[in-house]
Design a protein around this ligand. Structure first.
Ligand SMILES: O=C(O)CCC(=O)C(=O)O
Ligand SMILES: [Fe+2]
Length: 325
């Protein structure tokens, strides 16, 4: 049976904001807050990071705006290749939770493929914009690894356990930068089954999400206890978008890798109704996904070992069998 699209009530239960200012000196205190948030909430926002700075984040939003404003036939020169997790798509992603296509366009870019044809041509994306995107990926990757080192230590692994598992220059890398554009839908009332992004969990270890002040719609639902379950809790909480802050969420892979200690939660982006802000929404997601050949297994061995490649295939299978039945 497909997952019900009827949704529980919306409740204000804001996610925690954790300042990572002076990270090196304050690492212990920051680690305590992050671990607590990952165990209880699965989502938290970080602020005060040195890099990427609000200015660098805004530069990427400007590149994203320019790219998505291009005619579709130019963007379609680099179509999404699902097996490679790279390329452009428009209104094509169907979430098992909804059965309707997300009302958005997106492009996925991988660092190790930056010189191949999975990235747009220079006609669609200037060489200097590509260089800016690569620097942004390097910075976001570095910050992600600082946070992931906290999770590694909390699980009793060496500090660099996840850094070794996420090597973005190797050919089996799976980490991805995704630029997203939710179209201006001013004046359109979509049926209740349509979403800008239908409810889903992320399959990676940890996602870093960048939003812009005023471009709201993201909501999270607590209440998931196993990385294989489709359980949802009692209420959806809106996540306030603030330019420069980074929303971090645990994905299914880290939930499995932590024997379900860190929570990967359902989240979605609402289709705003007539009378609400129905203008464009842009977001940027950086998915930290372990390299294909890395073995995922928690310290307590709750689940059998699997390579990260096998993990993603099983997560896809689990999710899409929900859609078919
Ligand atoms: O655009 C957003 O705010 C969320 C995007 C998201 O959840 C995803 O791409 O996995
Ligand atoms: Fe997501």
């Amino acid at each position: 049976m497909a997952i019900s699209t009827s949704s529980p009530a919306v409740k204000q239960r804001p996610i925690r904001k954790i300042s990572v200012h002076n990270f090196k000196e304050r690492r212990e205190e920051i680690a305590r807050q992050i671990i607590d948030a990952a165990e209880k909430d699965g989502f938290f926002a970080i602020k005060g990071q040195e890099s990427p700075s609000p200015k660098e984040i805004e530069e990427v939003f400007q590149i994203s705006k320019r790219f998505f404003a291009l005619p579709d036939d130019i963007k379609a020169q680099t179509p999404l290749k699902k097996a490679e997790n790279a390329g452009w798509e428009c209104r094509s992603q169907i979430r098992p939770s909804t059965g309707t296509p997300d009302q958005k366009q997106s492009i996925q870019l991988q660092y190790h493929r930056r010189n191949d044809n999975s990235w747009p041509t220079d006609e669609a994306l200037l060489a200097e914009d590509k260089a800016t995107l690569c620097r942004f990926m390097e910075k976001t990757h570095a910050l992600s690894q600082e946070i992931l080192s906290i999770f590694a230590e909390a699980l009793g692994f060496p500090s660099d356990h996840f850094a070794k598992a996420h090597q973005v220059t190797l050919p089996d890398a799976q980490s991805t930068l995704r630029l997203l554009h939710y179209h201006d839908i001013t004046g359109t009332q979509y049926p209740a089954s349509y979403w800008r992004a239908g409810a889903h969990t992320d399959f990676d270890c940890m996602t870093m999400l960048f939003q812009r002040t005023g471009e709201d719609g993201l909501e999270v639902c607590p209440g998931r206890e196993a990385h294989t379950s489709f359980a949802r809790g009692d209420a959806w909480t809106p996540i306030e978008p603030i330019t420069g802050e980074i929303v971090c969420n645990i994905g299914d892979m880290l939930m499995a890798w932590s024997d379900d200690r860190f929570k990967s939660l359902f989240h979605r982006v609402r289709c705003p109704k007539i009378g609400e802000n129905q203008r464009d929404r842009y977001s940027i997601a950086y998915f930290n996904q372990a390299n294909k050949n890395v073995v995922v297994q928690g310290p307590r061995g709750k689940y059998p070992p699997m390579t990260a490649h096998e993990y993603i295939l099983s997560a896809l299978q689990r999710n899409f069998s929900q859609l078919k039945t």
